[in-house]
Design a protein. Sequence first.
Length: 363
Amino acid sequence: MTRSEHLSRRDWLKGAAVGLVPLSVAAAVGLPPARKALAWASGSSAALDALSLSPQWLNGPAQTPKTLAGKVVLVAFWTYSCINSLRVLPYLRAWHARYRDRGLVVIGVHTPEFAFEKDLANVRQALGDLDVPFPVVLDSDWRIWRAYGNNAWPAFYFVGADGKVHGHAAGEGDYDRHERRIQALLAEIPGPPIAEGLSPIKAVGPEAAPDFAELGSPESYIGWGKADAFASPGGLRQDAAKAYRLPGALDLNRWGLSGEWRAGEEFTTSLATGAVIASRFHARDLHMVLSPDQPGRPVRYRVRLDGQAPGPDHGWDVAADGTGVIDRPRMYQLVRQSRPVVDRGFAIEFLDPGVRAYAFTFG
């Protein structure tokens, strides 16, 4: 599947929020026909069979219809560099811990957005870093995603002990309803009574709930394949080295480059010390998906907000003086504004060459 066939998280969730996206968007992204996707929602017993479309499992042996017989299964589609996926992890951990001995099996289906998320070693590292305790199947060729007719990260499919899908949800939020659905499905199988209270949730750093009331900036991609809102004079030069400069001022939700860069389809790579990415945004949190271009060669960086060190507005991956290190491909939280949230000018300077920049996300 080419990247042009992928729906962005921003576009899909924006449509879902205003009711423009149906359960299946098969025609839009080359997934199975809508009638097949709707069959999952109406209770097709093939939901667990589809998990066998990939042979690669982490955090334990492969889960099969035989091993899952009589269990309630929560199938969660996610990918480890996606902020929307990261913010559901506290709930998945809590449900796994509370209900696993009562008959719930949480299964993560890791379907990548970026090429580095297909790498087994990278996913294994991420599961450790993110404290993911439940089994995860690697869906690197999107076969399980297509079989389910899925259309978003994150997405949840609630499979009863009868092997049929009893509910589907896409995107963040509505966690109380999700847990009550789990409790109702577990109540249908033999065992002790299910306590009605909801699980306490601890979410810190990038996993903390977003501030949607102050979210005024959309996700933006930095590779030329999906880049928009680029403001540096002359635009992005595809697959070639270029010396960029920032415009005199950046409007809200515009971004630009300074220094030597090569813009690829999926990511843009810095070629010299002192390269800069700058933007103007309105959100509590600013994140970037970043990676060294060579394993084992970390890239130092320095963040500035309105020309100053971020101080108390620094993100999870940044010190108060604005410094940090990119040591592996993942999402980095660079800014968490304290109150009040206002428009800010952001710049990140890379103190070593060789960073790959993929995307901005906000929260």
